[in-house]
Write a protein that binds this ligand. Structure first.
Ligand SMILES: CC(C)(COP(=O)(O)OP(=O)(O)OC[C@H]1O[C@@H](n2cnc3c(N)ncnc32)[C@H](O)[C@@H]1OP(=O)(O)O)[C@@H](O)C(=O)NCCC(=O)NCCSC(=O)C[C@@](O)(CC(=O)O)C(=O)O
Length: 268
């Protein structure tokens, strides 16, 4: 069986970029027209979503990207990148290692959070109140002993990124730029998770950015994709700083601290 030129050309067929000798178009626009005229956040939207974002959409996306950039070396994604770069690998290895720590528990929960907020919105469209919908979904997570995505933080009783992000969403709702349903849903989840006398389960950065991505109408997997795009900036900054220190082969603890040895049942 032979492959025709046309079949081969369809192999990686794409609506994103066309190249020819001396030509690069992104989504039909020559790159020369984008360079110097398109901001990076608009470019992210243009490439990932398609079309030109409105100023309000750009503002919200930019805020979400800025907010998730970094959380210091205590954040697993950052610590892993710093440790990796001391092992002599290039920045690409360090950035990839940090990004690979982002998932359901750390930095990637926005994806499931958007799905959950959509679920609450669908229940409300079917006649339930916001609070009833949130309580029902939280109860269902508790029955499965599952964590509610986008809520809870190992360090912050209240994530300092929450208020400014939700404030911007509230402003966009007030100006009629976004519907506000994902915001309503997220606030109802906060109320449902608040149990007097128990440790707070605050909305975290994954949850607050999920509100923005939901309000912007982006598909749930992009909440994770855009988080890792943003966090890559922090990861790169930390990996570069660590590399400049010249320290080699740095482990997860100072050398003088030895992890406790816990003898297993096989130990004599
Ligand atoms: C984040 C964490 C593991 C924290 O756990 P913790 O260890 O603090 O809490 P635990 O000891 O497990 O629970 C104590 C009590 O609260 C209850 N409880 C806690 N969370 C609850 C919840 N979601 N739903 C119901 N109940 C909950 C639990 O049931 C228990 O109740 P009880 O048994 O009655 O005492 C946990 O919340 C969680 O998995 N969240 C969902 C996944 C999520 O959204 N991930 C994103 C986190 S943001 C991030 O990754 C970015 C970061 O900010 C990271 C950084 O730097 O850290 C950055 O920028 O890099």
């Amino acid at each position: 069986m032979t492959t025709s030129d046309d079949e081969a050309a369809q192999w990686w067929a794409t609506s994103i970029t066309r190249i020819a000798p001396g030509e690069i178009d992104h989504r039909g626009v020559p790159v020369e027209e984008l360079i110097g005229r398109t901001g990076f956040v608009e470019m992210i939207w243009f490439m990932v979503v398609g079309g030109t974002p409105t100023p309000s959409q750009t503002r919200l996306l930019e805020a979400a990207l800025v907010a998730a950039t970094d959380h210091g070396p205590q954040a697993p994604s950052i610590a892993i990148a710093r440790m990796t770069v001391t092992c002599g690998v290039g920045l690409n290895g360090a950035v990839a290692s940090g990004v690979n720590a982002l998932g359901d528990v750390h930095g990637g929960a926005g994806e499931q959070c958007v799905v959950m907020l959509d679920d609450a919105i669908a229940r409300v469209a079917d006649g339930e109140s916001w609070d009833d919908a949130a309580v029902a979904i939280v109860d269902e997570h508790r029955r499965r002993s599952a964590y509610v995505p986008g809520f809870g933080h190992r360090f912050h009783p209240r994530d300092p990124r929450r208020d400014p992000l939700l404030g911007l969403v509230s402003e966009a709702v007030a100006s009629g730029d976004v519907p506000g349903r994902h915001l309503e849903a997220a606030l109802a989840f906060e109320r449902a998770l608040d149990r007097p006398g128990r440790r707070p389960v605050p909305m975290n950065i994954d949850g607050a950015t999920a509100v923005i991505y939901g309000e912007l109408g982006l598909p749930a997997p992009l909440a994770r994709g855009l988080f890792l795009l943003s966090r890559s900036v922090g990861i790169l900054a930390h990996a570069w700083e660590e590399r400049q220190s010249g320290v080699r082969n740095k482990g997860p603890l100072p050398r003088t601290v030895l992890p406790a040895y816990r003898p297993g049942p096989e130990a004599g």
